[in-house]
Design a protein around this ligand. Sequence first.
Ligand SMILES: Nc1nc2c(c(=O)[nH]1)N[C@H]1C(S)=C(S)[C@@H](COP(=O)(O)OP(=O)(O)OC[C@H]3O[C@@H](n4cnc5c(=O)[nH]c(N)nc54)[C@H](O)[C@@H]3O)O[C@H]1N2
Ligand SMILES: Nc1nc2c(c(=O)[nH]1)N[C@H]1C(S)=C(S)[C@@H](COP(=O)(O)OP(=O)(O)OC[C@H]3O[C@@H](n4cnc5c(=O)[nH]c(N)nc54)[C@H](O)[C@@H]3O)O[C@H]1N2
Ligand code: SF4
Ligand SMILES: [Mo]
Length: 695
Amino acid sequence: MAKSSVFSVCGMCTVHCPIKVHVENGQVDFIQGNPHVPAMKNAVCPRGAAGTALIDDSERPQTPLIREGARGEGKWRKATWDEAFDCVAERLEAVREKYGAKAIALTDRGGPFRDIHRAFLRGIGTPNYNNHDSSCARNVQHAALSLTGMGRKAVAYDFKNARHVVLQLRNIFEAINVQEVNNLMDAMEQGCKLTVIDIRANISATKANRYLQIRPGTDYAFNLAVIHELLDKRLYDKKFVNRYIEGVKELEQFVKPYTPEWAEKETGIEAFQIRQFVKDLAEAAPAVIWHPGWMAARYTDSFYVCRSIYIINALLGAYGAKGGLPFVNKPGDVDRKGLKKFMDLYAKPKEKRADGVGWKYKQFEEGPGLAHLLYEVMESEEPYPVKAYIAYRHDPLMGYPEPERLKKMWDKLDLLVSVTFSWSDTAWHSDVVLPLSPYLERESIVVTKNALKPQFFVRRRSVEPRYDTRADWEIVAGLAKRMGLPELVFDKVEDLWNFQLEGTGVTIDDFNTTGLVPLAAKPLYRDFEDIKFKTDTGKIEIISPKLEDNGLPSLKPYQAPAVPPEGSFRLTFGRCALHTQGHTVNNPMLHDQMPENVLWINKGAASPLGIADGDRVDVSQDGYTETITAKVTDMIHPEAVFVIHGFGHKLPVESRAYGKGLADNKFMKGGLDKWDKAGGAIAYQEHFVKVRKAS
Ligand SMILES: Nc1nc2c(c(=O)[nH]1)N[C@H]1C(S)=C(S)[C@@H](COP(=O)(O)OP(=O)(O)OC[C@H]3O[C@@H](n4cnc5c(=O)[nH]c(N)nc54)[C@H](O)[C@@H]3O)O[C@H]1N2
Ligand SMILES: Nc1nc2c(c(=O)[nH]1)N[C@H]1C(S)=C(S)[C@@H](COP(=O)(O)OP(=O)(O)OC[C@H]3O[C@@H](n4cnc5c(=O)[nH]c(N)nc54)[C@H](O)[C@@H]3O)O[C@H]1N2
Ligand code: SF4
Ligand SMILES: [Mo]
């Protein structure tokens, strides 16, 4: 029997863990964590292990498909790749001719692999690249930028060496990044403390030294009281604060009223607990990580929650510190040359962005823009029409609120294309589906991981595609060839890798032995004196000129969240270890482990409604109802109900997932309009639902 192994990269979630794939007779036999990356501990998470089931799943698009009936009707014609490429390219050309290149938009899932399709957009001349981030981490990113001039990924989370980790709106043991989980567990064995601040006792809380159940939407109050205590008791890192923070006086003045006693009334967490917690943090500083959040698109003040977290980390001197938030190194920081970029093949288009970012909304970073505003433009045609849209690894109909309203916004599109390896609501609603090979069946461009010890890594093909699907670079090449962009057309993937690696001193064979190429010999921490923030003063600026210039406060007074009306609950959501967003619920292996989501509801709130554990309940909002099983527990705040996101699929092509569980995004009426003018993200948890026992 022919056995081999391939170093590659997991594609079951956005974390992109390094893996080693064992292949036998052309079939994937076993997937393990890359053994040359110690923090992987040879393992992958349950979703990573289900990559084989993804290949085996016949309920995914197997050939290019061109729509025959109405959008969403599900009448498809199977097409060859040539036909599909011709069809998409011709229709993109028609849009470009009639409305200009700027009428073409693409959204994707961000991440390290986007260089080539962003280059494609530049090549055809449109500024309209967006990603999913206004539904995810935009508030975190803008909070980091507003204080330091640097994005959220400028620092690493040095869990391995931490002495106290705080998770607030972050559930690390279920919303998994394998290396982070392993590093944190190692640190905890060495005595690192874990505090979890959550509205419910999630798995992270069950492992924590301290779990603080907080009233939903009052995190800002809690954090302001923490800042108050740190400053009032002089528990902050004086050396760091004097050298690197500008505006401490203003901050001190601002937090004066926000005492722990005041916060107790808002949050439900007792003042003495807040005081003790702050003392513990100060003792562990600077080896402290208060995680600034990931899926922080929750409330209208989430941006300010993220800002307050970064401020606390700064007051504790955690910025730049070992065991805290040390700065990552880019290739240039370790005297190495970075990869050659496809994007640099073309000039940046001069047109202004459709979503208004950078000209109408000057407070935001241009990069991925704000996709929900792009969708509005598709309807209003202001500042100009957007007529062709490629959803590239993106399922906005599951990931944004109000899917029916979104579909209406897309009605004016002349072309809607999905590039995906699984079915999704968005793919089902498209005009053309271009099926991507699952990650075990494709290779990807070489990417850089900026880190304490930066590296290049690459995804290699483990097995040949089972169906008529293609890799990203093949899909881009197919379109580029037809749209006059020969620079993006490569016959062999090696040619593409060689293009990227030119001048770096690294060849593709250098990836053979371990799957990655480290660019430094060891992790490099920056010296205290060498820290430099990218603001005018070179320091962390509490008062942000960019916010103030755009009429937004740097220090926003606290506003209490609404109390749910009688008989209603705040709808909250999150992840579980067994699924990724909406795209694994039909995976045979993972579906088997967890076929549906359940509604967490507080025992004290459920009993007056006659709801017992395991009962079926109707959840409704504004005339729309779905039915789900209740999980009645003491372990959630009484104002909230909670579900795992991604369920409630209604596509006939997904036989396993069909009709199981509840789709949280359908209970967010008006949700596309509820977004944060300072942070940019949607406020997903500003919605209430009614719950009653199902008849
Ligand atoms: N297994 C798995 N891992 C994943 C993903 C996945 O789909 N599956 N997705 C990846 C992605 S894209 C992201 S963005 C990250 C998300 O990573 P996280 O943001 O860590 O994950 P979530 O589960 O969305 O939310 C974290 C916690 O916020 C809590 N929460 C809700 N409301 C409040 C509140 O008002 N206050 C407080 N303090 N807590 C609240 C929830 O109960 C939940 O436990 O995970 C990544 N990792
Ligand atoms: N109500 C509610 N809404 C949410 C969330 C929530 O918890 N609740 N979570 C939010 C968060 S944190 C995020 S990140 C977004 C996620 O939203 P999305 O990014 O849209 O979600 P995914 O399911 O990860 O991926 C979308 C599609 O891309 C396909 N796909 C996956 N991997 C690849 C790939 O490598 N290449 C290509 N071409 N296609 C791929 C999948 O098959 C899937 O159909 O949703 C957000 N929206
Ligand atoms: S966290 Fe799990 S699913 Fe995500 S990349 Fe790593 S192994 Fe794959
Ligand atoms: Mo996310």
